[in-house]
Design a binder for this molecule. Structure first.
Ligand code: PMP
Length: 416
């Protein structure tokens, strides 16, 4: 596909077979991209090709199929490394998803590094995946969790961050883009001051790598985690990036086949990076298809994808203000935000909003979006969330608004 300066939604949609369907008799409007994205034909084709043409295990076979599978799997690692600006493939560990990537760090690096009284600095906007692993690591080591204050619009209070960051801070673990508020956190600046204090920084990039042109070398983060399924790739494949010198110092997470150098009955040595962290047969097809997804995004232009998402979020934010009784969370107009909007409507539970929209063929998400503490901070048990991607259009946002207006009229009528 040629590089274009703008996202051409109509031609992109033709690449996504699933989007052609009707739901409850209406054309599907898929606005649940922060949960998972749809897959273009080239990604589905990469999976089919692997299973139909060269399915084989990697690294150990000496036959043609094994060699092809190994070559494609390792080439995929190089594509992913380039995609996020990593210095080389040795710093790319294939895992299942963001959750597993964060757990890998929490079970190895954190348990070895943290001492009683050490501190892990988090924010209240973290997804449970970037909170619960640290609760367990803190419990296991005697370390303590601390939380940066948020400003009323859901951005980090920088003064609070600087106040809490101290000599006891060993790790700052923060989301790049909030999956509820859309807040974009200033990772580069956070990395800089964290390093000055001798703390490492881990970035939950589940919502940023799919949308923003992320460059780990520029961000200077120590760890970065993301999931393939939120960026057009298949489920079951994700990535942990970490600086090689840190990975070298870490013990393996899982152990067994593939990750060993030499094994005796009593002991074993580890393979070099990155394979030391990839025990057992990996998700070969998943990694190859993820690389295809990266190429698809690069062909469209990462900046174009980002601008398109930002434009849709800004438009949705503006149009939502027109619906009576709607309250939108996160940074207001004029502040860059991720490609999503979370909102509530007076007198209608978010689950009911979602059910009503579904009748119009519109898929959104309702609930706490795996960020329960954040919803406690917001003072609501749940929100409704519309999240966008490159195949969505402003016309679809208009449909969302029309459907919300109907929901308001219906519930207003029923509730009297
Ligand atoms: N962090 C954030 C910010 C997310 O949005 C998600 C997915 N909703 C995750 C982590 C977890 O991703 P996964 O379920 O793919 O591990």
């Amino acid at each position: 596909m040629p590089k274009t300066s703008e996202i051409d939604v109509a031609s992109i949609r033709a690449d996504f077979p699933i989007l052609a369907q009707k739901v409850h008799g209406r054309p599907l409007v898929y606005f649940d991209n922060a949960a998972t994205t749809q897959k273009p034909r080239v990604v589905i084709e990469a999976l089919r090709e692997y299973y139909e043409e060269y399915n084989s295990n990697v690294h150990r076979g000496l036959h043609a199929l094994a060699e092809k599978a190994t070559e494609r799997y390792e080439a995929a690692r190089e594509v992913v490394a380039r995609f996020i600006g990593a210095p080389g493939p040795g710093s790319i560990i294939f895992v299942r998803n963001t959750t597993e990537a964060i757990n890998l760090v929490a079970y190895t690096w954190a348990r070895k590094t943290l001492r009683p009284g050490d501190e892990i600095l988090l924010t209240p906007m973290e997804h449970h995946s970037n909170l619960v692993p640290w609760q367990l690591a803190a419990r296991a080591t005697g370390a303590r969790l601390r939380f940066v204050d948020l400003l009323p619009d859901g951005q980090i209070d920088w003064n609070s961050f600087l106040r809490l960051l101290g000599p006891r801070t060993r790790l700052v673990a923060v989301t790049h883009i909030s999956n509820v508020l859309g807040t974009i956190n200033p990772i580069r600046a956070m990395a800089q001051v964290s390093h000055q204090q001798g703390a490492a920084i881990l970035v939950d990039a589940a919502q940023s790598v799919p949308h923003l042109p992320v460059n780990v070398s520029e961000l200077d983060c120590d760890f970065l985690a993301f999931s393939g399924h939120k960026m057009l790739g298949p489920t079951g494949i994700g990535v942990l990036y970490a600086k090689e010198e840190i990975l070298e110092s870490m013990e393996p997470f899982l152990s067994g086949g593939e990750m060993i150098g030499e094994v005796t009955l009593e002991s074993a040595t580890w393979r070099e990076l990155p394979w030391k962290f990839e025990a057992g047969t990996p998700n070969i097809a998943g990694a190859i298809a993820l690389a295809r997804a990266c190429q698809y995004l690069e062909d469209l232009g990462r900046e174009n994808v980002w601008q398109h998402g930002l434009r849709l979020a800004t438009y949705a934010l503006k149009r939502l203000q027109e619906v009576e009784g709607v309250h939108v969370y996160g940074p207001g107009p004029g502040t860059p935000r991720g490609a999503l909007v979370s909102f509530t409507m007076e007198g209608i539970h978010p689950h009911d909003i979602s059910t009503v929209l579904d009748q119009d063929g519109i898929a959104i998400r309702a609930g706490h979006h795996c960020a329960e503490p954040l919803h406690r901070w917001l003072g609501v048990p749940a929100t409704a969330r519309a999240s966008f991607y490159l195949y969505n259009s402003e016309a679809e946002v208009d449909q969302l608004i029309a459907s919300l207006q109907r929901a308001r009229e219906y519930f207003g009528h029923v509730l009297g």
